[in-house]
Design a protein around this ligand. Structure first.
Ligand SMILES: Nc1ncnc2c1ncn2[C@@H]1O[C@H](COP(=O)(O)OP(=O)(O)OP(=O)(O)O)[C@@H](O)[C@H]1O
Length: 636
């Protein structure tokens, strides 16, 4: 008997997802079973957790499991669990909408190319909806733990635009998913096939996945009577929580499958680390680095964190207290023996055990990445391309581990001929010139702007390597990273380059020049007035006539741009104007006797330098007017 039947439309994104699922995930269709079993195991975990404080929720049935059964005549495969179940409202919410933040944006960005989109969809996580890869009708019958048997729900959909829900009576607690298999998917009615899939994907799910084993009648064999056996449910998987085993008992494939269950990812992970720790703290951690960044990594509401278990009992998903923000891409679990079973999110917050675990797990992740960086360049590059920009938040967030994080950073460099960020600070230091005691870098708007910046000219000539940075976060990163391995990190667009350590002679020469050309410097300062802070003889240019640099104490151009983009007020910063005395244009300027023309030339050089450094001018029309007027004079 069912009452209160209603039809609902799917959330737009669900309808889109379903269309994609049925059309593009076909090549790996058997994983629908992994996804549904994974959900059943999650539902068992949730019930166990709730029952810690209210054991009556078990209703006398505390052996949590999932059962697979087939009905050949009806052409159905049923996946039934006795986990937490769903109420009518929960079924509508969980099976009719997607709650992930950023979902609409994600769908808006799909390309329409089935092959590409199917990859993305895998990353997005299809979960329950994968049922529609093999079924043209799905019926979900569920009853939540602790509610009356008359408050069950039946959810039915053909995977098109809508679904129906009805209130039903359901004696057993938990969820039953009945798949009406498509004509061409009848292979999933074959028990052998199902067993094979279960042991392939779900061996180490913590609950048994059971299948019905028919009984046998009494029979005679070799003159002996073998008694009849009764039919019974038998587990088709090992049903041991993977992390409780020792490493030597676990194959790589098992680690990978388990990752897909904990991380809700469809792809293999890049790397993992499994550790049992005993002594002052007792815990097991299994930490994974995904191969690809999730679509919503930059979304502020993105959920992240580890699964928390206490003494093998699931406590919560997405416990974000165990790792810092800049490691939010790490997936996996921690199973603690020291936390109380009734620990809540609030209690985790200021807890000593949590703090200690966070410290240890952070070190573990940084250590795992460091090892990868040293042993496998290609894999490390893959990691860096996906998560490098998240890791760059580290030095600002985690002072204690600054040096360890800095070791993991990678940058493009003048030592390479490509924009690939693959130079580490230790590698830079190894290549440093005799007498060089600083690490030089530049932050610009793009790789090309960084690489071709005039500020690099002299360093290039001297064969000194400069790290080239052009990610939005780089300026902020470098403002927190001023030293590595005892060496100062110096921006080539700021203050003094400190090259004097390289050659006393050159320094003396520069001072001499500054003295000799003081009248020129004074005239330029006079001509440009309030636009600049100071005029100096440049020690960094060889080919360009002039450049601007930022005073040590002032905010850099890149930082100003960042703050402007974020709508923040910025202080007015005047640049230091540096002239290259060896450049013919500067020589010409020095000889100019007409003060008006001198002013125009000086203004033009300043505008050029501003353009090269900032990519734009406060008053572009002034620049154009100056340029045109000088051209006209030249052509006379
Ligand atoms: N067997 C089940 N028992 C109880 N609730 C379930 C069951 N299957 C699904 N649900 C509910 O439906 C929700 C949606 O499931 P679905 O598999 O689509 O997503 P998910 O598991 O949350 O994440 P992902 O899409 O990444 O797999 C679940 O979060 C859960 O609340």
């Amino acid at each position: 008997m069912s009452v209160q039947q209603e039809t609902h439309g799917f959330q737009t994104e669900v309808a889109q997802l379903l269309k994609l699922v049925t059309h593009s995930l076909y090549s790996n269709k058997e994983i629908f079973l992994r996804e549904l079993v994974s959900n059943a195991a999650d539902a068992a975990d949730k019930l166990r957790y709730k029952a810690l404080s209210d054991p009556s929720l078990y209703e006398g049935d505390g052996e949590l499991r999932v059962r697979l059964s087939v009905d050949r005549e009806a052409g159905t495969l049923t996946i039934a669990d006795n986990g937490i179940g769903m109420t009518r409202d929960e079924a509508i919410e969980h099976l009719g909408t997607i709650a992930k933040s950023g979902t609409a944006d994600f769908f808006a960005n799909l390309s329409g190319d089935a092959a590409k989109d199917s990859q993305l969809i895998g990353q997005f996580g299809v979960g329950f909806y994968s049922a529609f890869i093999v079924a043209d009708k799905v019926v979900v019958r569920s009853r939540a733990a602790g509610v009356d048997t008359t408050a069950g729900v039946e959810w039915t959909s053909g995977g098109e635009g809508d679904y129906t829900v009805a209130t039903i009576e359901k004696t057993g607690r938990g969820t039953e998913i009945i798949l009406h298999l498509r004509e061409e998917e009848k292979e999933f009615l074959d028990e052998w096939r199902l067993k094979q899939i279960v042991s392939k994907y779900s061996d180490h799910i913590s609950i048994p996945v059971e299948m019905w084993q028919e009984g046998t009648p009494e029979r005679e064999e070799g003159g002996e009577t073998i008694p009849a056996t009764e039919g019974q449910w038998q587990a088709a998987n090992k049903a041991t929580a993977l992390w409780t085993l020792s490493k030597s008992e676990i194959s790589d494939d098992e680690y990978k499958e388990f990752y897909k269950h904990v991380a809700h990812d469809w792809e293999d992970p890049l790397l993992w680390s499994h550790n049992k720790v005993e002594g002052k703290q007792e815990y097991t951690s299994l930490l994974y680095i995904p191969a690809k960044a999730p679509f919503d990594m930059w979304n502020r509401d993105n959920k992240h964190g580890l699964k928390l278990y206490v003494q093998r009992v699931f406590i919560m998903d997405e416990a974000e207290q165990f790792l810092p923000q800049y490691l939010r891409f790490v997936k996996g679990l921690v199973d603690s023996n020291d936390l109380p079973l009734n620990v809540s999110r609030e209690l985790l917050q200021d807890n000593k055990v949590t703090q200690a675990l966070r410290g240890a797990l952070t070190k573990r992740v940084l250590g795992m990445l460091d090892k990868l960086g040293r042993n496998d360049d290609a894999k490390y590059q893959q990691f860096w391309s996906q998560f490098g920009n998240v890791l760059k938040e580290g030095p600002a967030e985690d002072f204690a581990n600054k040096e360890a994080i800095a070791k993991l950073l990678r940058f493009a460099s003048t030592a390479n001929d490509s924009s690939v960020a693959n130079v580490s600070l230790p590698a830079y230091i190894e290549r440093m010139k005799e007498g060089q005691d600083k690490i030089y870098y530049i932050v610009a708007d793009s790789y090309a702007a960084a690489k071709n910046s005039p500020h690099l000219e002299l360093l290039k000539k001297k064969g000194i390597e400069v790290l080239l940075m052009s990610d939005r976060i780089d300026e902020w990163l470098m403002s927190h990273l001023t030293e590595f391995d005892g060496k100062a990190l110096v921006s080539v667009t700021r203050g003094d380059l400190g090259l004097d350590d390289l050659s006393d002679e050159e320094k003396a020469e520069q001072e001499k020049q500054a003295e000799e050309h003081k009248p020129l410097l004074d005239r330029v300062k006079e001509a440009l007035g309030e636009k600049i802070k100071e005029v100096k003889v440049s020690q960094r240019l060889t080919d360009s006539p002039a450049c601007i640099v930022t005073d040590e104490q002032d905010m850099s151009s890149q930082m100003i741009k960042l703050m402007q983009a974020a709508g923040q007020p910025v202080p007015e910063v005047k640049p230091i104007f540096e002239l290259n005395l060896t450049h013919p244009l500067v020589a010409k300027l020095e000889q100019e006797v007409d003060e008006e023309r001198f002013k125009q030339w000086a203004g033009l050089l300043l505008s050029q330098a501003m353009l090269a450094e900032r990519g734009s001018l406060d008053d572009p029309s002034e620049f154009v007017a100056q340029l045109n007027s000088l051209w006209l004079e030249l052509s006379h």
